[in-house]
Ligand binder design. Structure first.
Ligand code: IMP
Length: 205
């Protein structure tokens, strides 16, 4: 699995100078560095979608996107799949500070679909402590689907408080707060095409 870190790891995506140029001028001063460029994200999603296609060949999937962070991952995975896949969304709010969750989760928007007997693939933007996903998986399993698996674009293993089986992982990243490709800080930066870190003064407000 690709790993993004300063150490000598198997794979370090290389953001190109154009990754910084792609950041809208109004946000460019806020960005400290581009951790994963748009091309690397799309290349990795090609690989993950091919794995999903292979693993679920002959079956029909229900993709469940976790709003709002997973919107782009959901769209980009869904349009790469060649197996039949329907889409549904949940919105959850996790109580906590601006940059970490507490595991106390509230469902803001539930599914429209009855998932009993269905093969479900949860699409997540990032798994950090794992508390939100742990709640979500328990909640969905109680509805008796045929299977529940997870695809997450990013994971921060160093922050994990609960071990969870994440079947498809885009990139492992270090313990840094990131924005872009659906991820926000105070509802900003979701639309960035790459995954980036912000300058400390931005977090300080
Ligand atoms: P967890 O419950 O700690 O795993 O947190 C999961 C949720 O926290 C994610 O779905 C994101 O919404 C948010 N989150 C965690 N880390 C980051 C980050 O680095 N940037 C933006 N949001 C994050």
């Amino acid at each position: 699995m690709p790993t993004v870190s300063g150490q000598s790891e198997p794979f370090v995506p290389g953001p190109s100078p154009s990754d910084l140029e792609q950041i809208p001028a109004v946000f460019r001063d806020d960005v400290e560095s581009v951790l994963i460029g748009a091309d690397d994200i799309h290349g990795r999603l090609d690989e993950l979608a091919a794995e999903v296609d292979h693993d679920y060949a002959g079956r029909e999937l229900l993709l469940i996107g976790v709003l709002k962070g997973a919107v782009f991952a959901m769209a980009d995975v869904a349009r790469r799949l060649t197996i039949p896949a329907s889409m549904d969304f949940m919105a959850v709010s996790s109580y906590g500070s601006a940059t970490s969750s507490s595991g106390v989760v509230r469902i803001l928007k539930d599914l429209d679909t009855d998932i009993e007997g269905r093969d479900v693939l949860i699409i997540e933007d990032i798994v950090d402590s794992g508390l939100t996903l742990d709640y979500l998986m328990k909640n969905l399993r109680s509805r008796r689907p045929a299977s529940v698996e997870v695809l997450s674009l990013l994971t921060k293993p160093a922050r994990r408080e609960i071990e969870l089986p994440i079947r498809y992982v885009g990139f492992e990243i270090p313990d840094v707060f990131v924005v872009g490709y659906g991820l926000d800080f105070g509802e900003r930066y979701r639309g960035l095409r790459s995954i980036a870190t912000l300058k400390p003064e931005v977090y300080a407000g």
